[in-house]
Design a protein around this ligand. Sequence first.
Ligand code: ACM
Length: 438
Amino acid sequence: MKLFSLLAALLLVSSAGAVVPKAQYTGLEPTNEPLPRVPGAFSLSMNKDGDKDSWNMVAHDEAGLYYALQAQQQLTAAYGESLPASLYVQDYPRYQWRGLHVDVSRHFFDKETIKKLLDRMAALRLNRLHLHLTDGPGWRLEVKRYPLLTQEAAWRKKLPKNDWNWHDNRLGTAYPELYGGFYTQEDMRELIEYARQRHITIVPEIDMPGHFAAALEAYPHLAHPAYKTGNWPYSYDFLNVEEPAVMDFVCHVLDELMEIFPKGNPIHIGGDEVDLHLVSAEQQRVFLQQLVDYLNERGYPPITWDEAATNGVRGQTVMLWRSEKVDEVLALGLPTILCPNSHFYFDYPQSTSPSEPQSMPAPLITVEKVFSYSAPKNAHVIGMQGNLWSEYIYTPELLFHKAFPRAAAMAERAWGSPLRPFDSFMRDYVRLRPQNQR
Ligand code: ACM
């Protein structure tokens, strides 16, 4: 290679991250570092052979090969004809859980929207989609044993623009115009398969014992005595954890989940934001511990929000959302996924621009803030996740606007990419974005 073209190629490789997230090694020569034996690791090389680009991919598993293919597609899309004569890329994930969470209860997103999101996640080498399927504003998964959950509790009175109004969230079908929807069990199986082909696991959440108004409106005998059926706003929407019928109900729901999802698939059982004056920490602990044990015994790894862990539940993976609790939760020694609301709540506003869509009245979380996140160095941390609560996310466009590019910024941290200037990340992201879209 002539010196001039070598310099040009070097510039090309070093100035451009070339792939998003940026690979840990990108160069004109192979790296001497062996490919680490972690799931998803890959290396990719390209050598010009006459007019042809000859690509070679190495990985220890199918996910690694899939990620190599994503990187190759991004490189080809970014450089076209101007690829250097040779190119080597090597990368491996820092964490095995690289997730996004979507609240499909407050606003429902149909199968096509979820597939589009899965495509974009795959391009960023994210591998978990956590669906918050149940909450006060709607139940979103068919449960054959309890048909009212979707015949009634998946619907509510349609409001102008479908925006969120806690004070007018009337559930049921007794209104001239309805808003809502749900996934049939067949729909969910289709999504699981679509995700699997992209090396993504769908993680269903049934949030308990709080955030349960949708189900309580359909099956009032499950409700805590403080809950008043039909009285919106639905306060004290807790299960009556002392009532034996409640444990039967939730185990039946989990049984159907276990028929839909393959063995080994994590199942999230919630555990957040329950008033300790009405359901004591000990009552919550006993109730959730039984469910954690129930899932573990059946080979479905349980997950809870961090309150369950600080209330004493053990044997699960924890999702750490309360950023002020990081040290306390990590000290418990449970496997932990970081989704602190200081950095990874992607429904929070991302700019002060007048065109920024309405958000929760919450602190600003800019793309740069996500990109600069410094995770605690702690062996219990197994992953990172961006959460999209949908109070104000009522169209697919808003969902994608909120998710990206913050999810891409998180992916860089979750792949252990070397720190680089934020501008360089944004340049690559913008250049590669069409490739990320369906
Ligand atoms: C949460 O934000 N309540 C998990």
